[in-house]
Design a protein around this ligand. Structure first.
Ligand code: FAD
Length: 461
């Protein structure tokens, strides 16, 4: 008998999700859609004011399609089929000229959504929440904060009951499974006694959203030997901007005035002058300190952690929010399968870790390397980056591999052969073999949901 079926005086759920961020809500929607009784505990009453991830990778869109909410997301977001990157030559007097143009093409991917999409973070969460509350099996306590586990068998890491603070009252709850989706500071991770492996960086970012001209619809990244700026159009004629700075620059810039923020943006994108200068206060501009952390295990007993609780990644490749969504979608499918087939032994949760950990680790590393590409302000460093980027862009296999891997749609391992491709002529590849191999690298339902095969084979038996 499951804890949920046992009943009693304590409130019972099949799954309790701690944290109603984008990862927790995606998980809960997937569970509620299959009538799994789920409780989401979210401590913040009001929508978050800090900027978070807004770029949706194609794989996240595919998961939302499986959940039947892609049309709402497409309607509310801005498409980016290509990211235009420009390497700029910056003279001592601050004048800049283009040295190299490198387009990164999502539209080469053989998938339903061959594009990234920009959507305001809170709007995305609202869509998921609005869809989830349509289901009776979805329960949302907000504001309410998870505090601690009150009953657990530490030998087998079986978490039984938890204490939640809701409207000043302490309420005990019970569940068959607990999921920590509380972001970077995770009490669940602590309860699982998972040690963080952390990487820090030699740079920070300033980030802000401001108005854009209607025809400014393409994503652009500008880099010189000492500057980096990303400009990503959002719907409703807004653009999200990120500016790389050195630690300590933020305080200096604040002292010197807002022009220190406007100037680098106008320097690379003069047509945004009238837009960026509409930012009237430093309060609107957010300091973002990139960090990367990993842990060894995402699952212990009947508990799992997803999203930033399990893996924070450097934001350069736009992966953080996507990893959280993809974790939520895949863990949700597994838990539904466990309840549907009455396979409730916690050991089955390990299948989530098997599918997701390798993918998250790879994308964390890819984001880390992307960050290193912009980490030092030397001219020779920029020349090296330009050489590498151009080689990646012009070779069809290398370009495809990169876009496939960052999109989350598949994984095509980098091999020693890539070194030859990197250095050799771009015509050095066989079109027919490329087509076959490139399709094989796309994740199938079998790769995403291996437990479904178990269902099929047990039905066949
Ligand atoms: C400043 C910043 C900028 C970022 N920029 C980008 C970007 O440009 N691109 C990108 O892809 N990613 C970016 N990210 C990362 C991205 O936002 C995260 O990876 C993503 O939001 C992770 O989702 P999540 O659901 O795991 O966690 P979160 O979004 O952090 O959600 C966790 C939720 O849990 C709640 N919570 C925490 N503790 C408790 C508790 N004890 N009880 C109840 N509720 C609790 C919190 O209130 C929060 O709502 C950024 C992150 C930050 C912080």
């Amino acid at each position: 008998m499951t804890a949920y079926e046992e009943g009693g005086s304590v409130e019972q759920f099949q799954v309790v999700v701690i944290g109603g961020g984008v990862g927790g809500l995606t998980l809960a929607l997937r569970l509620a859609q299959q009538n799994t009784k789920v409780l989401v505990i979210e401590k913040d009453k009001n929508p978050g004011k800090i900027y978070k991830g807004e770029l949706l990778q194609p794989k996240s869109l595919l998961h939302f399609r499986e959940m039947g909410i892609d049309h709402r997301i497409v309607k509310t977001s801005h498409p980016l089929p290509t990211i235009h990157t420009y390497e700029m030559k910056e003279a001592a007097d601050g004048t800049v000229e283009e040295s190299m143009y490198i387009p990164l093409h999502y539209d080469r991917l053989p998938v339903t959504f061959p594009e990234a999409r920009m959507i305001p973070h809170e709007k995305l969460k609202n869509i998921i929440l609005e869809e989830a509350v349509k289901h009776d099996s979805f329960h949302y306590w907000n504001p309410a904060a998870f505090q601690k586990f009150t009953s657990m068998d530490s030998k087998v890491k079986q978490f039984n009951r938890a204490m939640v603070k809701k409207e000043g009252e302490e309420i005990e709850i019970q569940a068959d499974f607990f999921v920590g989706a509380e972001g970077r500071s995770s009490l669940m991770r602590k309860a699982m006694e998972q040690q963080l492996v952390t990487t820090q960086y030699n740079h920070h970012f300033l980030t802000v959203t401001f108005p854009r001209p209607e025809n400014y619809t393409e994503a652009r990244m500008y880099a010189s030997h000492k500057s980096f700026i990303g400009l990503f159009p959002l719907p409703d004629n807004e653009v999200r901007c990120v500016l790389l700075i050195k630690p300590g620059d933020y305080n200096r810039m604040k002292k010197e005035g807002l022009h220190t923020f406007y100037d680098p943006i106008i320097q690379f994108e003069p047509e945004l002058k009238d837009c960026v200068t509409q930012i009237e206060s430093w309060k609107k501009i957010q300091l973002m300190i990139p960090i990367r952390h990993n842990i060894h295990e995402y699952v212990q007993g009947n508990a799992a952690i997803i999203g930033d609780a399990a893996h924070a990644v450097h934001p350069m490749a736009g992966e953080g929010m996507n990893l959280a969504i993809q974790d939520g979608a895949i863990l949700g499918d597994l838990l539904n399968w466990m309840f549907e087939t009455n396979n409730l032994e916690p050991k089955h949760l390990r299948m989530f870790e098997k599918v997701r950990k390798k993918r998250a680790d790879r994308l964390s590393l890819l984001s880390h390397f992307s960050a290193l590409g912009y980490a030092w302000s030397f001219k020779w460093y920029q020349w090296g980056r330009m050489f590498a980027l151009k080689r990646f862009e012009r070779h069809p296999i290398l370009h495809y591999k990169h876009m496939l891997n960052i999109s989350g749609v598949g994984w095509w391992m980098y091999t020693p052969m890539d070194a030859a491709r990197f250095l050799g002529p771009s015509s050095m590849y066989m079109r027919s073999r490329f087509k076959k191999r490139s399709q094989k690298a796309v994740f199938t339902d079998q790769d995403d949901y291996p437990w479904r095969k178990k269902r099929q084979s047990s039905e066949e038996d």
